[in-house]
Design a protein around this ligand. Sequence first.
Ligand code: IVH
Length: 665
Amino acid sequence: MNQQEQRIAELRKILNEQNYNYYVLNDPLISDYEFDRLLNELKELEARYPEYYDENSPTARVGSDLQHEFEQVEHTYPMLSLGNTYSQDELRDFGNRLQKELEGQSVRYDCELKFDGTAISLVYRDGRLVRAVTRGDGMRGDDVTANVRTVKSVPLVLLGNDYPAFFEMRGEIYMPHASFKRLNAEREEIGESLFANPRNAAAGTLKQQNPQVVAHRGLECFVYGLYGDRLPFESHYDALQKAREWGFRVSDAMKRVSSLDEVFRYIAYWDTHRAALPYDTDGVVVKIDDYRQQRQIGFTAKAPRWAVAYKFKAERALTRLESVDYQVGRTGAITPVANLEPVKLAGTVVRRASLHNAEQIALLDIRIGDMVYVEKGGEIIPKITGVDHSRRDLFVRPLEYITRCPACGTLLIREEGEAKHYCPNATHCPPQILGRIIHFISRKAMNIDGLGEETVELLYNNGIIKDIADLYTLKKEDLVPLERLGNRSAQRILDSIEKSLKVPFPRVLFAIGIRYVGETTAKKIAAAVRDIERLRSATEEELLQIDEVGGKIAGSILKFFQDETNIQIIERLKNAGVSFEMQENVSQSERLSGKNIVISGVFTEHSREEYKMIVEQNGGKIVSSVSSKTTFILAGENMGPSKREKAEKLGIPLVNEREFLAMLS
Ligand code: IVH
């Protein structure tokens, strides 16, 4: 092995171990910075020495190759389903039946959470992941290996050396609540339809064509079953404990018990404690632990007879549907919202619930006056899940979905493949304009603080601003007479509007609210076109050349610039001094060389990411925690109290962003 090959192998080993510490043990041993540095070193070496390519290198996690369609592959062991029950009596029957069949043998059960995601089969040969396949029809599934490689809790190369040469691991790919919330917030921001729940989001993500998108979505994996010929284990529990040592993520909630009463205690515990988990579970899976006993009990055509899922009942309440409102979003999407007779559900009083779209209303055949079931899933907004048709008054008429926009009266449209109706009057429909202004001033866009949603509404409803460009001609006299707004707040608003002129072009591009153009896409587009004029005149082919821009986004950009109102707004923003071209990069220098810098808090002039880049371009090093080796802390607002305390104790100076930028200029 030559020197480069040796270093590549060494880096792969370190990074694999660190991935395991981070994603499986939740106990990272090195800083994110250090991790990224090693990963970058590996990426560079791999680029320079392609002869040492390895599809299971930790660098493969970032998602590289594009799959256009999924290949179907046959499962070595069919992926069966699981019998389920909502009744504790049935569960007891299940236990007693098995007990009887096993004739006096002592029986141990494994209790596991039932993770609410999508099933996956992971095939390993010689300790390396070779294939990941969805359940499909149970006999054959889709080969989604490239996507699964990006899921950090799935080991690509196993640890240790006592694993079977060939085996299959079964598990659940799921989306944690935090990723789900972030994903839907991002989608809402750019006018994409939302995922109904984390399960759909996980399944949808796994079928994405672009592994890079998958990598960004934050999927995770728990494994719950080992399959192979002549496995060296006597029980399911032992097998999973070993799997954990090989690098698989096995839930700490798994428990081996020796009586049905303990199974019931486990269920009772998780029925309440699951609310605090960072992901959805819809039940508990109970399995016979001993492999020999499992074989003795056997299978039905569809499912093992040695396991059963006990499902938790979702808390639901029955109440009357009083009326339906229709909300118009920033992109013109119409969302029907149910007004309910107030009812108590899971500790809160529910008055409103989402109805999603016309299709759902038709599907459930919901009518005004009906008694409806409301449920709270993992999400915060309750939803209507059913109707008690037996309690319907005789002559209620079906609910007629609106055909015109409730705000501006324009005829609604419904595009092919879209579940929602849209108001196409983008430029003159008031809630759409208001929504765009609110998006424009938001923190990730122009960050005009001081000007909250309510003030914007007030300004808009009083005819003081009609679009985003009007913000830049606001005067103090416009603001002071407004309700509850004093001289000082008015000045603060004007100052932050003024400050927004410094917001860099990528964020401006995001702020102007082109449908489907999110934060990251805006960055890619800005870097490619450099200024708004080039974007405006770009053809579809040119747009499609840009990273992350597909047909849908390109079409939306073209449509945006076909609208004269948008062109005029951009002209006026430009005249006001809003930045519509890329600034040349902050100069590169060695001014920060040898300095270890911690970044903490929230900034206004540049984003945290931009500051990281600036530090690095000027020779400095970012460190994640404060120590005696830290040179200074670049401190924004709301800096973490523990960092501040530590800095004070060690006498590390705090530098604010103004001082920091002055240091470099
Ligand atoms: S064991 C032979 N254990 O539930 C089937 N399944 O309804 C063995 N699931 O398709 C499955 N958590 O995707 C098992 N701890 C767990 C599980 C689990 C979630 C899913 C799995 C399966 C479905 C069955």
